[in-house]
Design a protein around this ligand. Structure first.
Ligand code: NAD
Length: 521
């Protein structure tokens, strides 16, 4: 099989390109330019020139373009999904969900941006300010940079680009060099519908991403914690805001009163969807002792019945597909080997299928926190399951991680689920579900600890983070001067002091200045 790692080559004209290979069979499926800083700077300048008109048409005008783009995406769905499959090696079922996410995000922010961006006029907080009117305005950053990983070639950009565009910013997008094809096609679609030229594309490897950070006013990054740190450092040097959505090691807790079928099905899909290459995948499972044996038996049976492969579009003949890169396959193999070396047992799976970069769906037991599979992000089709004595031990182990992205709890009692959820150190928890918080758009989505800074998505905050806030005050009563302005006089000083006490102190004696220590009355 040809290597499926992305390779940098040049065109006949000498311009550098990145070749893209299908990880399920090693075929070369396309190539894109490998841009350097000068090209990125040129695109940024064009985007900045187009942004003021985009901001000026307001949320309703922008929503019309966004919805026309969504029409175009649906009209070209088959071709876009074929590109997603070819560059990622996914099963068709896993691929199809990317369109669902696309439609939901565009519709949500197209519908709500006007309400989220509306000017606000809060009431003054106390009597002395009652002569003022308060105004809160939002102004988008002119140019936002957005850098994406390879795990969802369409859905990752679609979580970030629609809210930034709807905020009124221009967006310079940078897809992963491993999976740039579907997104490149979508940006072409934006231009084909003749939308204003405010969506730019910087293709290429890490250097193109670094060039993006150097030309934008705000950066949204989704990817590994390792790269996220570099981005945070560069953003700090430039003093621009950075929102970082990084890695995870999400825990699933199964309590003794859980619905067994649902918990098993949730672990199977939550752990293996997209071959486990989801930041909020179930990466480790803690099961209370009384139900552990039954859970493991049912999970092993379910997982061993799954089908692997990159099936033909529309056939749904496979459940999970390929890992996206050779580096990813190496991590999965290393974690499974390390677990076995330390005494874990593989109940099903545990090796590559031999077809492309596809790895067998795997259940590991007798695992503990000395093993990489329980402490490092695997990002692969493995479900390590650990027996715990009780709820408290499950929570302690779930929190024993540098990551804090999401998690899940299965229980027959929602109150118990919420009680456990509130003790988990993660940005989100799904009770009796897998990865569900991400798809509830009114809720914010973001990681704690090393899983991120600044929040990625969801609700008003998911759009307003692309804006600066401007506070403006106006005067309701026209006075020649304010009591705290020059010149200072004894009389005005006394009046100001009395007012401060009357409005700010507690109890009538303090308010009237009758209760003081050691100062002359
Ligand atoms: P990665 O960090 O290797 O790359 C992500 C992007 O950053 C790519 O586009 C890459 O070209 C670019 N990049 C690399 N070096 C750069 C630099 N110095 N400056 C600017 N850009 C640079 O991540 P990946 O391997 O593509 O994706 C997998 C990781 O993404 C996993 O850790 C996963 O958990 C994480 N992820 C997180 C979320 C989330 O929402 N928290 C979602 C999806 C994936």
């Amino acid at each position: 099989m040809a290597t499926v790692e992305q390779a940098q080559t040049t065109t006949d004209s000498g311009a550098p390109t990145v070749d893209v290979f299908c990880p399920a069979d090693g075929r070369l499926v396309g190539s894109v330019p490998d841009m350097g800083a000068p090209e990125v700077e040129q695109i940024a300048a064009q985007l900045r020139a187009a942004q003021p008109a985009w901001e000026a048409i307001g949320p309703e005008g922008r929503a019309r373009h966004m919805l026309a783009w969504l029409d175009w995406i649906f009209d070209n769905e088959d071709r876009i999904l074929e590109l997603v499959q070819q560059e990622s090696g996914k099963s068709y079922g896993d691929t199809k969900i990317e369109i669902l996410a696309t439609a939901e995000v565009i519709n949500y922010y197209a519908k709500h941006a006007g309400e989220f961006l509306a000017d606000q006029h809060p009431r003054p907080h106390e009597l002395a300010s009652s002569t003022k009117s308060l105004h809160l305005f939002r102004k988008p950053y002119q140019l936002v940079g957005e850098i994406f990983p390879w795990n969802y070639p369409l859905a990752m950009p679609m979580l970030d680009v629609p809210p930034a565009l709807m905020a009124g910013a221009a967006v310079l997008s940078k897809p992963s060099e491993f999976t740039p094809l579907a997104w490149t096609e979508c940006v072409r679609g934006w231009n084909e519908i003749a939308a204003p030229p405010v969506l730019g594309l910087a293709n290429g490897a890490g250097a193109a991403g670094a060039a993006v950070i150097d030309v934008v006013d705000m950066i949204m990054f989704t990817g590994s914690t390792r790269t996220g740190r570099k981005i945070a450092v560069r953003a700090a040097e430039r003093l621009i805001p950075a929102a970082l959505e990084l890695g995870g090691k999400d825990a699933m807790i199964v309590l003794d009163d859980a619905d067994m079928e649902r918990a098993v099905n949730g672990a199977t899909w939550g752990g293996l969807f997209n071959a486990g290459q989801t930041c909020i995948a179930v990466e480790r499972v803690y099961v209370e002792e009384p139900i552990y044996d039954e859970f493991v038996a049912k999970l092993t049976e379910k997982v061993s019945g799954l089908r692997t492969g990159m099936d033909a579009p529309g056939t749904y003949q496979s459940d999970l597909g390929s890992l996206a890169t050779e580096a990813q396959l190496e991590i999965v193999e290393r974690h499974v080997q390390d677990a076995k070396d330390r005494g874990a047992r593989v109940l099903t799976g545990g090796k590559p299928t031999g077809q492309g970069l596809i790895y067998e769906p795997t259940v590991l037991v007798d695992v503990d926190h000395t093993m990489q599979c329980m402490t490092e992000e695997t990002f692969g089709p493995t479900i390590p399951v650990m027996k715990v004595a009780n709820e408290a031990e499950a929570i302690r182990l779930a929190n024993d991680s540098p990551y804090g992205l999401n998690g899940s709890v299965y229980t027959g009692d929602n109150d118990r689920g919420i009680r456990v959820a509130r003790q988990m150190e993660t940005g989100g928890v799904s009770v009796n579900n897998a990865m569900m918080t991400l798809f509830q758009f009114p809720l914010p989505f973001g990681g704690w600890k090393e899983s991120g800074i600044g929040g990625r998505f969801g609700g008003p905050a998911g759009l307003l983070k692309y804006c600066r806030q401007q506070s403006v005050t106006t005067e309701r009563i026209k006075l020649a001067s304010e009591i705290h302005w020059y010149p200072y006089t004894k009389r005005r000083g006394r009046v100001a002091a009395h007012l401060t006490r009357i409005l700010g102190a507690r109890g009538w004696r303090r308010r009237l200045g009758l209760k003081r220590k050691g100062s002359p009355e």
